[in-house]
Design a protein around this ligand. Structure first.
Ligand code: ADP
Ligand code: MG
Length: 760
């Protein structure tokens, strides 16, 4: 089984998506199919050996849909396939242009007919309105001439919908509109062309060409506006694609040459001049500069970088000139990872969308049956109270009105358009959302657990104090300890090694090295066995520590490290990490959102408490072994909290995965951290409250959209059926139903687009 994504052509609404899903899943070898109408893409999980694209197409082609293979915007190994995405866009633009022409043809007609229609209706009620200038017969004849091209040219997609329904029993929104308008057109034509029948039935003078024209006109306009806005929802991806550098200056055989970006290979030495875009990901090998990374991290302050620092492709070099070694190219670059992730997330389904999917799957057939039932009721029951001709004509209005107003279009657009805009906006602010599910869960978070090192603190600790016990020299302590710590990957270890480097101390060779997770390490140097670590380790070794020294360190927020042999302590080392500039602000922003904040760390309790108090954190969970971090998250969940865990995603992956939403601080070049639903780029914790606010805003828009879409159908259908008629004499004019229905989907898409302006 493998998953492949295809572009789908010929879709109009949510019911199209469910028809395609149903048809494809029937095929042997296809295990699941997920169709997104906003991106017009289908994710299909299938067995490549059993079924292929052509069989799948065969299944849906006759229903008017086609699957087309697409490539990822930046494929795994090259950048050249960016073209395929722009080709798809071009095709959409051509389709849009065609729709625009048809709209411009039909709208003047529809608008004129609409005005005349209203005039005719109102002139019977409002005395001061000039009498209708045309005889009814003339109006009908002109309408006939206008309605014919509208029905058969502009309305062709709707007629196709009816044909498909008759042939294959597959109904979508086009079918509903098609049946409604065709019935109105046919009825009117029979009455116009065969006056005898009209006399026989004694039916009213007015015909329903206006319904055909106005409904097709407004729905065509609605579809055009909707497609136009839908293109706009996807702008974030385009902007990201536009960031890809086109060329690079490479140093080959000591000569500078400019080459297309696709030709850059890993290991190339590239030259980046002031004002230039950094072509690919790499490491500075010579020189230094200040770099604007805002396009990736959303953070406007430039970052100073020097030899050994990593630089990200697509960011801008501000002042200095430097040389860099390319470490990632093509699909592996940070930018390519971001684009892939955003694309996947935009196409994913939010759990809330399932309601809309389920409703729209049964909606169309139910509406068809309902409209026929209402028509029959009018004729059978209505004719008891009124002339048969009148009951027949009211029944017809109801029938057409229900078909037109019940289209589940807006319902299908409600969720995906908002998800696309929300995820795209997040990406522009350096917040990467893995999928719509994470977004949905994120809005209900009420407890945030933060890892200390690297999340609240900068994660670059330094050695501040060394207190030796007895007569041993401080330099020797540092030499021994740094030699051991050299083998450890812990941030504290780095602090010690760096301190030794600064003091130009040479390191000794170590044997029998072993790390104790969350405690420290041991190793042998010149026949003596040493230990370094926290109080837990000292406890394990059953050696007594000097509480005074420990307390002195911890009360200043420093982490104490005990350095000892088997029998006795040689020294106490204090290591301090700086608190991130934006940590305090982030915690108070979270509090304002009604969210509690806890710190989770393996560090000393008192050290942790000190740091927590500096940034205003509510709860401290300290001295936790890495393996127990997930349990601590679980405990909070058991207390009934919806928990987001924020960490670096490396040693806290299980905790990230256990939390309702895992949030990773994306400081490195790995963007797609498996266990994280959300990644905050650039290591800025202040993005966390922003991300939550954006998630909440997006969900709010989705709920508004769904409410309006459902509400509209729930209110519209009974009115169209004539529920108000017995009491007020009001019937829903099908033409007005058509206009309203067209604008309901336009308003849903517009509401989603408004999210772009939301200030996070
Ligand atoms: P966290 O990532 O939450 O800070 P860890 O579980 O990585 O916590 O580490 C917990 C504690 O274990 C550290 O605060 C430190 O006291 C001790 N420790 C771990 N590794 C080392 C090491 N290499 N050298 C000294 N102390 C260490
Ligand atoms: Mg850690």
């Amino acid at each position: 089984m493998e998953t492949k994504t295809y572009q789908v052509k010929g879709m109009h609404c949510a019911s199209c998506a469910s028809i395609i899903k149903k048809k494809l899943e029937k095929l042997e070898g296809v295990s699941s199919c997920n169709v997104n109408i906003a991106t017009e893409k289908a994710d299909i999980i299938y067995d490549f050996a059993k079924v292929g694209l052509s069989q799948m197409n065969e299944q849906i082609l006759k229903l008017g849909y086609t699957l087309e293979g697409i490539e990822a915007p930046i494929s795994k190994d090259e950048t050249s396939s960016v073209k395929s995405e722009s080709q798809a866009k071009e095709q959409k633009l051509t389709e849009l242009e065609d729709m625009r022409q048809k709209t411009f043809f039909v709208m003047p007609i529809a608008a004129t007919v609409f005005v005349l229609m209203m005039w005719e209706i109102l002139s019977h009620r409002l005395v001061y309105l000039p009498t209708f200038p045309l005889s009814m017969d003339a109006f009908n004849r002109i309408s006939f001439i206008l309605a014919t091209p509208v029905m058969f040219w502009i309305g062709k997609p709707f007629i196709n919908g009816v044909v498909r329904f008759i042939k294959y029993r597959a109904a979508n929104m086009d079918t509903l509109v098609g049946i409604g308008t065709l019935v109105a057109y046919t009825y009117s034509s029979i009455m116009l062309l065969f006056p005898e029948i009209k006399l026989l039935l004694n039916s009213p003078e007015g015909l329903y060409y206006d319904v055909t024209i106005v409904v097709i006109g407004f729905i065509t306009l609605g579809k055009y506006l909707e497609s136009k806005s839908k293109l706009k929802t996807g702008e974030a991806i385009e902007k990201l694609l536009g960031l890809v550098a086109k060329s690079a200056t490479v140093l080959r055989d000591a000569i500078e040459i400019i080459i297309p970006i696709e030709q850059v290979v890993i290991g190339d030495i590239l030259i980046v001049k002031p004002g230039q875009k950094i072509p690919v990901d790499g490491e500075i090998s010579e020189g230094k500069s200040s770099i604007d990374e805002s396009m990736i991290t959303g953070e406007s302050i430039p970052v100073d970088k020097t030899v050994g620092d990593t630089v990200i492709g697509a960011t801008i070099n501000k002042h200095g000139s430097f040389q860099m070694k390319a470490t990632r190219v093509g699909g592996q670059t940070v930018l390519a990872q971001i684009i892939n992730m955003v694309e996947t997330a935009q196409g994913s389904k939010a759990p809330i969308e399932r309601i809309a999917d389920q409703v729209s799957a049964v909606f169309v057939p139910v509406v068809l049956v309902l409209s026929v039932m209402v028509f029959v009721s009018w004729v059978v029951i209505g004719s008891e109270y009124m002339a048969l001709s009148q009951a027949l004509s009211l029944g017809l209005i109801s029938f057409v009105g229900i078909l037109v107003i019940a289209c589940p279009c807006a319902m299908g657009l409600a969720t995906p358009t908002a998800v696309i805009v929300g995820v795209g906006k997040a990406a522009q602010n350096g917040i990467l959302i893995k999928n719509a599910e994470s977004l949905e869960k994120f809005q209900s978070i009420n407890f945030v657990v933060m890892d200390k090192t690297g999340t609240i603190t900068n994660g670059t600790p330094v050695v501040t104090d060394i207190e030796v016990v007895g007569h041993i020299d401080e330099k020797i302590v540092l030499q021994l300890l740094a030699s051991l710590e050299k083998y450890s990957e812990h941030p504290l270890a780095q602090a010690v090694v760096e301190k030794a480097q600064i003091e130009k101390i040479s390191l000794l060779s170590v044997s029998d090295f072993k790390a104790f997770e969350g405690k420290g390490l041991e190793g042998t140097i010149a026949d003596t066995h040493y230990f370094a670590g926290n109080l837990k380790l000292a406890d394990d070794l059953q050696i007594n520590v000097d509480e005074n020294i420990i307390n002195k360190f911890t009360s200043q927020g420093k982490t104490p490290v005990v350095f000892a042999t088997n029998e006795s302590i040689l020294a106490y080392i204090a290591i301090a990490d700086t608190i991130k500039d934006d940590a305090k602000e982030a915690v108070s922003a979270l509090h304002k959102l009604g969210i509690k904040v806890a710190m989770l760390t393996g560090d000393n309790k008192r050290t942790a408490k000190y740091i927590a108090s500096k940034v205003g954190i509510d709860r401290v969970i300290a001295e936790v072994l890495p393996a127990d971090k997930a349990n601590e998250v679980q405990k909070l969940q058991d207390e009934g909290f919806k928990v987001a865990m924020v960490g670096d995603g490396i040693n806290d992956a299980p905790a990230l995965a256990t939390a309702d939403v895992g949030v990773a601080m994306g400081t490195g070049t790995d963007v797609a951290i498996e266990s994280a639903g959300i990644t905050l780029l650039g290591g800025h914790i202040s993005k966390l409250p922003k991300a939550i606010r954006l998630a909440r805003a997006t969900m709010r828009v989705i709920k508004q959209n769904l409410f309006w879409a459902f509400f509209y159908n729930i209110i519209g259908i009974p009115i169209a059926a004539g529920a108000l008629y017995p009491f007020t004499g009001i019937m829903l004019n099908p033409a007005i139903a058509g206009a309203a229905m067209a604008f309901s989907s336009v308003s849903v898409v517009t509401n989603s687009l408004l999210l772009k302006r939301y200030k996070i």
